[in-house]
Design a protein around this ligand. Sequence first.
Ligand SMILES: [Zn+2]
Length: 278
Amino acid sequence: MQIAECVLVAYTGVFGAMVGSFLNVCVYRLPRGESVILPGSHCPGCGKPIAWYDNVPVISYLVLRGRCRRCGTGISAQYPLIELAVGVIWAGSLVWFGLSFAALQAALLATLALGIALTDARHFLIPDEFSLGGLGIGLALAVTPWGIGPLEAVLGIVVGYSLLWVVKAAGDWALARGLIRGEELDQVLEPGETPTTLGLGDLKMMAMVGSFVGWRGVLLTAFLGSLAGVAVFLPLLLMKRRSPVPFGVFLAIGAVATIVAGDWLLGWYGSLIAVGAR
Ligand SMILES: [Zn+2]
């Protein structure tokens, strides 16, 4: 790699870490219904605002050794780790796709996927800001001259949403008739909430993924996400440990696998069909 390329990758990584810093705020505040703009970052211990020089991604955490400068309250290691992860996502997208529109698209979708995975894993919910807000970003990218185009994006949205709608309808039908058991859902339901096999957040999330990757990509995402889900939860099921599944986490994995290797996988599958048809 040339020196200029290394510098560009490094700057992209730093920019990604700054995006990650904002993602931290979103992941913490959105599930709590708080604004992500105001108030600015403050210490959960003493409530004092955090100065910009104590809010530098990753670095400040290391300098302060994970403690608030004023009161010494511990800062979760989740903050620098997410900043680092998003930095790697942005730098990695640039390395993988080169300096291109595809790299920007991949970095944005992977960042959204990480935000969704974190909130779904922790709170069993996918904020609309990630799903519907992300869908807005996906559409905006799609209609640029380098994008997948409005028709492909809308097809992706419709296919992503309706595919999961069908799965949800079938699952809820089976649940209501006692064909599948759902007692573990009690752990995540609010009082009075009807048990459901898939939340609306998962449907909206897949509409968002479709706006980025089109209809073939969103089908691949659902397939890969289900594979990942089964791979993780089958052993748990066999050990008779039943727990609710944050499906958004696995759809997020499917979405990232689709942007990284989707063209290759779809091409390989296409060639299999072509061979079969010969
Ligand atoms: Zn403090």
